[in-house]
Design a protein around this ligand. Sequence first.
Ligand SMILES: Nc1ncnc2c1ncn2[C@@H]1O[C@H](COP(=O)(O)OP(=O)(O)OP(=O)(O)O)[C@@H](O)[C@H]1O
Ligand SMILES: [Mg+2]
Length: 355
Amino acid sequence: MSSAAPDRNEVEPLIETVELRTHFRTPRGIARAVDGVTLQIRRGQSLGVVGESGSGKTVLSRSIMGLLPRNGVIREGSVRYGGEEIGNRTPKQMRSIWGREMAMVFQDPMTSLNPVMKVGKQVTESLRLHLGMSSSEAMAVAEKIFRDVRIPEPTRRLNQYPHELSGGMRQRVMIAIALACGPNMLFADEPTTALDVTVQAQILDLLSEQIRDRNMSMLLVTHNLGVVAGYTDEIAVMYGGKVVERAPTKVLFSNVKMPYTEALLQSIPRMNQPSHSRLAMIPGRPPDLVNPPTGCRFAPRCAYARDVCVREEPPLVQAETPDHTFACHFPVGSAEYHERRVELNRASTTTAEVL
Ligand SMILES: Nc1ncnc2c1ncn2[C@@H]1O[C@H](COP(=O)(O)OP(=O)(O)OP(=O)(O)O)[C@@H](O)[C@H]1O
Ligand SMILES: [Mg+2]
């Protein structure tokens, strides 16, 4: 039920960040948690943001929402929503956007839901506050949303407290609250990691169905590339506060460029893998964001790195595939990559023979 003209939606991204830099004051110095991120999310588009723990995914999404902790600040760059600058707004000014325009679903519903308020009231409060509905109007809408997110027996559930619901049901309530005021943009930060695997898939299916039906945009944050594969149009891969590769989802899986992305792909758990088997982990530690290494931040851990990688930061460049950018001196497929690959294979064969 969008009132904006369609042609405007096509030319203008719903969300746009330009060279966004978010810093934190820490006892050791300034941590550059988001370090020059430029991205766009169009209306109706789902963007997956993936990367290891500490790569800046949550800080990036919280910077866009204007929900940073006290010691964090947008130091440079811009955040636009529907073409309007919002990066410099105060929390008070952002309040009219939260809920109505942008909503969020977090990892643990228990910490976001009010434990002493019935879940129905938590939905209706939001409707009354943001849309000025009366109690009875809000209750009718809440019941409908509970049905939309497939909460069985919605009338009974509306009168229950969070602790009376299962983890999956609580996450459905969170999604209902997020969708209630008809926002354009949904932020979902690891929305299913606290749930077991079958429930995870149900919740992600539900989220993507609702996003599609409502023509909403979504930023889905996760450390698991396997999770975003089926639920996003595009993927941005973060490392050390930067986007190091970005591509339409299918392209990323078929034509990966950054050895870091390739390593993340190798660490996706496979359905046919025994649950106790070890996943390929990327050796080494993520970069220190207070004193980041010069050159490519992944170089100290990259099997394909050469001298230049440690000296010079690779710029983001366009791949041969459309809408695909990456930052790497010796990407997957380059002659240097192949040369090193052959050396690595030879070394591992020799080691296997010795053992
Ligand atoms: N409140 C804070 N105070 C100081 N530094 C912070 C704070 N929050 C985040 N940071 C810094 O920002 C970096 C990125 O944090 P962020 O929470 O965005 O990581 P993430 O990619 O979401 O990781 P995870 O997968 O574990 O959720 C951290 O490594 C840390 O250096
Ligand atoms: Mg996070």
